[in-house]
Design a protein around this ligand. Structure first.
Ligand code: ATR
Length: 278
C-alpha cells in the first residue's frame, strides 16, 4: 500500500513533520510520501475544497487552520469535537474524519518518561497558558483523572473558557501568572504552553522560579530552543525536566498510527530529533 500524506498550514516551510513522518514510514517499512501543502489563509476556502478532492489518505493540520478545517470535514472524533480543534485528518470509507492527537500525544510523551507520575491521581498540576495547545493538554489530563489541574494565563478569562472541558473528578483554580510564581512549589507538574521563551526570544521565561518542589516535573512544549530558559531555571532549582520535542513526536506517532494501522517503534527518534534541534 502506498500512503499519500501531508501537512496543511501557514507558514510551514520549516516544519519538522515531513522529517518525522518519513522516519515513521521507514521504521514501519511502509511505502508512502509526506509533503507540505502551504495554503495562504485568504485562499483557504477555495483551496481546502480542492485539496479534499485529491487522492490523499490523510494529513495533518497546523496553525492557523485547526479550527477552520472543521466545517469542511464529514465527521469528528469525540476528542476533536470536544476540544474544538483538529490536527489530524484521515480518509475512512471515502469520508474525511478529523481527530486531535495533540493532548493525548503530550500525555503519552509524559507517560513514556515519567510512568510513576501516573500512579497517583492526587498529583497537583498547573498549566501555564490557555491557547490551543493548553486546551488539548487540559482536556487529555482531565481524561486521565488527575484531581487537581490548575490553569494560569496572562488573560485570565481565556483560562476560564477552558473549564467547559473539566471532568467531574477534577478541580481547577484559575490563577494569574504572578500568583503561580508564588505558589509554584506546591505543584508536582508544571506545564509551560505559552510562546514565551520561543526563538527569537530564548532568554525569556513566563515565570521566575525561587523554589520548586523536590521531585517535581517541569515541562515545556516549546522545542525551539530545545533547552528553554524555563527548563534551565527549573533544572537549576532541582526539578526534573520534560522537553517539548517529545510532544511533537508523540502527537505525530498517534496520527501516523491512525493512517497506517502500524505501531511506530520510537527507539532512538527522540535523541536524533534532539540533536537536530540543538
Ligand atoms: P497555541 O495555540 O500554540 O497554544 P496561542 O493560542 O497563540 O498558541 O496561545 C498562546 C499562549 O501564550 C496564550 O496563553 C497567551 O496568553 P494570552 O491568552 O494572555 O494571550 C500566551 N502568551 C503569548 N505571549 C505572551 C506574553 N508575552 N506573556 C504572557 N503570555 C503570553
Amino acid at each position: 500500500m502506498q500512503l499519500k500524506l501531508g501537512l496543511i498550514g501557514y507558514p510551514i516551510t520549516h516544519s519538522l513533520s515531513p522529517w518525522i513522518h518519513r522516519q515513521f514510514l521507514d521504521k514501519t517499512n511502509s511505502n508512502g510520501t509526506y509533503d507540505l501543502y502551504e495554503i495562504k489563509p485568504e485562499d483557504f476556502d477555495v483551496q481546502i475544497k480542492e485539496f479534499l478532492q485529491s487522492n490523499l489518505d490523510g494529513f495533518n493540520v497546523t496553525v492557523p487552520f485547526k479550527q477552520k478545517i472543521i466545517p469542511y470535514l464529514d465527521y469528528l472524533d469525540r476528542q476533536a469535537d470536544e476540544i474544538g480543534a483538529v490536527n489530524t485528518v484521515r480518509k475512512k470509507n471515502g469520508k474525511w474524519v478529523g481527530y486531535n492527537t495533540d493532548g493525548l500525544g503530550y500525555v503519552n510523551s509524559l507517560q513514556h518518561h515519567f510512568p510513576d507520575f501516573f500512579k497517583e491521581k492526587s498529583k497537583r498540576i498547573v498549566i501555564l497558558g490557555a491557547g490551543g495547545a493548553a486546551r488539548s493538554i487540559y482536556f487529555a489530563l482531565n481524561q486521565f483523572g488527575f484531581s487537581t489541574i490548575d490553569l494560569a494565563n496572562r488573560t485570565m478569562e481565556r483560562a476560564t473558557s477552558l473549564l467547559e472541558l473539566k471532568s467531574e473528578h477534577t478541580s481547577t483554580s484559575i490563577l494569574s501568572i504572578k500568583e503561580t510564581e508564588e505558589v509554584v512549589s506546591h505543584y508536582d507538574l508544571v506545564i509551560q504552553t505559552t510562546s514565551v521563551g520561543m526563538k527569537p526570544y530564548p532568554n525569556n521565561s513566563i515565570i521566575q522560579l525561587d523554589h520548586v518542589k523536590q521531585g517535581s516535573i517541569f515541562s515545556d512544549i516549546v522545542y525551539q530552543p530545545i533547552f528553554t530558559n524555563f527548563l534551565q531555571l527549573a533544572q537549576q532549582k532541582g526539578a526534573q525536566i520534560h522537553y517539548g520535542h517529545t510532544m511533537l513526536l508523540y502527537q505525530a506517532k498517534l496520527a501516523f498510527e491512525l493512517w497506517s494501522n502500524h505501531k511506530v517503534p520510537m527507539e532512538g527518534l527522540e535523541d536524533t530529533l534532539k540533536n537536530i534541534l540543538e
